[in-house]
Design a protein around this ligand. Structure first.
Ligand SMILES: *[C@@H]1O[C@H](CO)[C@@H](O)[C@H](O)[C@H]1NC(C)=O
Ligand SMILES: *[C@@H]1O[C@H](CO)[C@@H](O)[C@H](O)[C@H]1NC(C)=O
Ligand SMILES: *[C@@H]1O[C@H](CO)[C@@H](O)[C@H](O)[C@H]1NC(C)=O
Ligand SMILES: *[C@@H]1O[C@H](CO)[C@@H](O)[C@H](O)[C@H]1NC(C)=O
Ligand SMILES: *[C@@H]1O[C@H](CO)[C@@H](O)[C@H](O)[C@H]1NC(C)=O
Ligand SMILES: *[C@@H]1O[C@H](CO)[C@@H](O)[C@H](O)[C@H]1NC(C)=O
Ligand SMILES: *[C@@H]1O[C@H](CO)[C@@H](O)[C@H](O)[C@H]1NC(C)=O
Ligand SMILES: *[C@@H]1O[C@H](CO)[C@@H](O)[C@H](O)[C@H]1NC(C)=O
Ligand SMILES: *[C@@H]1O[C@H](CO)[C@@H](O)[C@H](O)[C@H]1NC(C)=O
Ligand SMILES: *[C@@H]1O[C@H](CO)[C@@H](O)[C@H](O)[C@H]1NC(C)=O
Ligand SMILES: *[C@@H]1O[C@H](CO)[C@@H](O)[C@H](O)[C@H]1NC(C)=O
Ligand SMILES: *[C@@H]1O[C@H](CO)[C@@H](O)[C@H](O)[C@H]1NC(C)=O
Length: 440
């Protein structure tokens, strides 16, 4: 850079001014600047910058609006620092994305951006942000579940030693972030806001998901969305999630797991600490498919029969504010069968603690812990779990129930090594995710 004492400019094409390469640094300028504001695709210059500076270099998205009209593949970076100072605005050409997105294997999902490499940083700076333009997807999706080709905003793939700091993802198309086949990846100071501005909701806008990855950190995040806030999926190990505030969302999750018989899911050494869930469906929960495969034709929504192990998971220092179902284990989360297969999951769950869980539930239920008969759960611990329904704290009556105290439902917990779990009711076998009224 400066030490080389010279500057040279590299113009990709006459009309495209827009990768400026100085030493090992590539600055990208948006095409709109030379096209009278037209939404010309910036993906080619973005790829060019990473080709020039993706190894032992720095890539800077300068302040401005970048139109991302086509898929981004910025993988295999080495010793590369990326600074995002502008807006990355994904286009809303749904037919284009559906036919060009990159598959991520898991659940037949896909992504608009693959990002990875070794010794890499990606930093949002000076207000830089990712605009998923997800409204088009929310409206088109009309509250359905998964759909083929609806892309994850950014997938950290095949990464080792990667830090993504200060990312702000507004209206992600689908999940905001996904960590796949990676090791030692930290997402710090993350902000996600998936809010719909019409009558259709933001189904499947998870804040963070991880799969087949080890040694992971999520620290200092604020996530406003319509699905899992942070979810550890199969083969997530040594994940620490710390200081995260979730609005709406479905809270902190292990799962869904047990979907694929051919890929057993091992999830071990996971800590969620210092978490706040506000106006959520769920708070701290573990969800598995049942032991019998179900067949559905919706994208990714079929499966079950998968085995595996969830072991050594701690949910600690969590504040619940108006959470429908603050604590849950379900081993038949997709209870399409209405409970018929709820006792069949052979996915073992053990050694899970909920410590210092305080605040309010929306209804009169604090916890529903349903382990399957085929694999009962040992080592389930509650320590200082203190929840009250919102109405209770306001001194109001609870509607449609005679149970005025918090309900803790249990089924197939093994006493051995379990402590502190107050079980005052039997867990029903047909719960899906969340509840929507007081329980009887
Ligand atoms: C990158 O830097 C490393 C260590 O300084 C060096 O070994 C390697 O050759 C460099 N690679 C390239 C493509 O410049
Ligand atoms: C970035 O651009 C925005 C919009 O043009 C402007 O308001 C802001 O001041 C710029 N920031 C910097 C650091 O130049
Ligand atoms: C992404 O680019 C790399 C080259 O860096 C290539 O090897 C890989 O196949 C591409 N991935 C996809 C999904 O196209
Ligand atoms: C990544 O960084 C580590 C620690 O600085 C270094 O030992 C390693 O060689 C780097 N990897 C590559 C591929 O440059
Ligand atoms: C994954 O990263 C390794 C280097 O860590 C590289 O050798 C390999 O080609 C990458 N695989 C893919 C599919 O990009
Ligand atoms: C999230 O987005 C919605 C809709 O744009 C907006 O009203 C709300 O203020 C945003 N929340 C935050 C904390 O930025
Ligand atoms: C927690 O994260 C928020 C950002 O979501 C940050 O503002 C706050 O300072 C962090 N608190 C601690 C104690 O790290
Ligand atoms: C989290 O936020 C706190 C308070 O702003 C800060 O001290 C800490 O360094 C942040 N952690 C990370 C990993 O950025
Ligand atoms: C998890 O890892 C084990 C090997 O340790 C493997 O057999 C299994 O298929 C993996 N599962 C997934 C979901 O990748
Ligand atoms: C869990 O953590 C312990 C202690 O750090 C470690 O020995 C063990 O290998 C970890 N398990 C996995 C599956 O990574
Ligand atoms: C459980 O996981 C935590 C990290 O979440 C780790 O510190 C601890 O050593 C693990 N315990 C065992 C017995 O592996
Ligand atoms: C639970 O809260 C108590 C009292 O604030 C604290 O001493 C203890 O360390 C907390 N436990 C965990 C696991 O954080």
């Amino acid at each position: 850079m400066r030490v080389y004492g010279f500057v040279y400019l590299l113009f990709t094409a006459v009309a495209r001014a827009y990768v400026v390469n100085e030493g090992t640094t590539c600055e990208i300028y948006p095409e709109v600047l030379s096209h009278n504001g037209a939404a010309v695709d910036d993906a080619p210059s973005i790829h060019q910058a990473f080709e020039l500076c993706g190894i032992n270099g720095t890539v800077v998205f300068t302040n401005g609006t970048f139109n991302v009209n086509s898929v981004l593949n910025t993988t295999n970076l080495i010793n590369c620092d990326v600074k995002l100072r502008g807006e990355l605005r994904f286009s809303t050409n749904i037919p284009y994305w559906r036919s060009h997105v990159f598959p991520v294997i898991y659940q037949n999902q896909s992504t608009a951006w693959l990002f990875g490499g070794t010794n890499v940083t990606l930093r949002g700076e000076e207000g830089g942000w990712i605009n998923g333009n997800g409204q088009a997807w929310y409206t088109e999706n009309r509250n359905q579940s998964n759909q083929p080709g609806r892309p994850i905003s950014i997938t950290f793939f095949n990464a080792t030693n990667l830090v993504a700091d200060g990312l702000r993802i507004i209206q992600p198309q689908f999940w905001a972030t996904f960590v796949w086949q990676s090791k030692n990846v930290s997402l710090t100071n993350l902000f996600v806001n998936a809010t719909s501005n019409d009558e259709w909701g933001t189904v499947n806008t998870d804040g963070y998901d991880s799969w087949r990855s080890d040694t992971l950190l999520v620290e200092n995040a604020t996530i406003i969305n319509g699905d899992d806030c942070v979810a550890a999926k199969g083969n997530t190990t040594n994940l620490l999630v710390r200081n995260v505030t979730c609005y709406r969302s479905s809270g902190m999750t292990i799962g869904s797991i047990g979907q694929y018989p051919e890929w057993p899911d091992y999830v071990q050494n996971v800590t969620f600490d210092n978490i706040k869930c506000i106006n959520s469906m769920e708070g701290a929960y573990i969800k598995t498919w049942s032991g019998v495969p179900v067949s559905q034709d919706k994208n990714g929504d079929y499966g079950g029969g998968g085995k595996g192990l969830v072991k050594n998971v701690t949910f600690s220092n969590m504040e619940m504010v108006n959470v429908a179902l603050p604590i849950q284990i379900s081993q038949c989360i997709y209870a399409e069968d209405n409970g018929k297969y709820c006792n069949t999951s052979q996915l073992q769950i053990e050694d899970v603690s909920w410590v210092n869980i305080t605040g309010t539930s929306t209804y009169n239920i604090a916890a529903s812990m349903y382990c399957s008969e085929a694999s009962p759960c040992p080592g389930i611990r509650f320590d200082n779990v203190s929840l009250q329904s919102v109405n209770h704290t306001l001194g109001l009556p609870l509607w449609n129930t005679t149970l005025q105290d918090e309900v803790f439902q249990c089924d197939n917990l093994i006493d051995q090594n379990s402590t502190g779990v107050l079980c005052n009711h039997v867990a029903p076998d047909n719960y899906s995710q969340g509840v929507s009224e007081n329980v009887q």
